[in-house]
Design a protein around this ligand. Sequence first.
Ligand SMILES: NC(=O)c1ccc[n+]([C@@H]2O[C@H](COP(=O)([O-])OP(=O)(O)OC[C@H]3O[C@@H](n4cnc5c(N)ncnc54)[C@H](O)[C@@H]3O)[C@@H](O)[C@H]2O)c1
Length: 497
Amino acid sequence: MNMRYQLKRVMGMVINCTMIFGGLLCAQDPGPAGAEAAHAKNVAPVDTAAVSPRPEGSIYMGGFRAPKIETVRVAVIGLGERGVPQTLHFLSIPHCEVVAVCDLFDDATKKVADRVEKSTGKRPAEYNKDPQAYKKMLAEVKPDAVIINTPWETHAQIAIDAMEAGAHAFTEVPMAITLEDIWRVVDTAERTKKHCMMLENCNYGRNELMFLNMVRQGLIGDLLHGEAAYIHELRRQMFSEDRGCGSWRTNHYAARNGNLYPTHGLGPVAQYMSLARGEDSFDRIVSLGSPAIGRAAYAKKRFPADHKWNKLQFKCGDMSNSIIKTKLGRTILVQWDETSPRPYDRKNLIQGTAGTLADYPLRVAGERISPGASETSGEGQPGGAEITGRGGYHEWYEGEKAEADLYAKYDHPLYKRLGEEARKNGGHGGMDYIMLYRVIECLHNGEPMDQNVYEGAFWSAVGPLSEKSVNEGGAPQIFPDFTRGDWKKTSPLPVIQ
Ligand SMILES: NC(=O)c1ccc[n+]([C@@H]2O[C@H](COP(=O)([O-])OP(=O)(O)OC[C@H]3O[C@@H](n4cnc5c(N)ncnc54)[C@H](O)[C@@H]3O)[C@@H](O)[C@H]2O)c1
């Protein structure tokens, strides 16, 4: 990083970050100070359940339909590890064009603009070198949709600016990292009447879509319990020291303590349960973390003693555990660990009165789904024939044959429609492609988004609420009702054809 840029970065931080009294009014990664300011806000003794009345002129956005857009003009902000593949997906999605790209680094915008131009013959406008350049882009290009792939603490402000400029906003996960910023995003969406969808791609995974389809068919009965996780050892990201994910994410592991990345596992479970969508909603959460040891040990082992990572005090428990209680009394275990050396796992478990669906590996059990078990014959009971010979719900139905059987019977219609194209395009096994395809399809057809602004808000709120709970020894924290009581008006997400 050259001196001039570094100076600009520091100046920009002073000008752009008013972190103590306002929201995290910051469209750039402010380094360790940003994560520390977020933590201070998140553990402050405030009434998390407090909800102010919806201002006059603002509207409830559950089920919101925007006017149809013939060709969606897309602008992408943030072209790092996530933003580049996200942008390239749009090149094979109908009814859209990438009209502008923006990043702090000009080599990043050039690389992506070259790729877009090569594929479409049209070069998108490039904005770079300044953390505020995206505002110029919004004013000059006037995109219909803005895709935000920047560091966590910048999502909220960029989404707000995008909606204020007349665009629908799509933020990477999480939507925001403090309750105050989540509220600012919700309020702006309601006032500007623009979509703000948090891009939870895991809701479009093949197994997640299939489970949603199975749950909607009543195959596991009344829902009782879910398990959700993001367990992904990512310590190597610490080698991105000045640029890239580790350069900013590492500051969060140091300054905060809770579940900092809750939405990949929680999003799908929340939609199985139709939380904040007519049936049920988020009530409260309790959280406890393990000791914080792994990051400091890794820094000590892999970096020089005077390295910046060895100067941090890592506060965040390596394994974060939360339990959410819903208004209907259901429970959801939410875990997060990006530090411990263990296999990847999102859990993706949903349990009902008639059966359980789970992932990692894909497996199911239940009265209506296990071969050899049935509700009416009494099979599946302890001592039944199925235990000795045919399985039943005392054993998981799993393995290659079971997977093929389950996909053949229960694949979600959306996966049947887009799966082949998704596999060709890739992106976490195709889920990213299906998600972005649906974003454009909904904007083109004027349909509600599959994930409304309140779902992104509730799922993201686990971050700040878990920090507060951990800080208070596991004390329950009440979810704010971001819908202001209107979640009962929103239909559950249907099985999209
Ligand atoms: N859903 C998923 O599967 C998934 C996967 C990876 C990352 N992510 C999320 O995507 C986001 C980005 O992560 P990443 O790994 O790509 O990080 P990254 O550091 O590789 O990329 C972030 C980019 O944003 C740019 N940027 C920062 N501030 C900016 C500003 N004000 N204006 C324009 N550009 C700016 C940076 O220059 C950088 O290129 C994060 O929120 C992360 O959690 C999601």
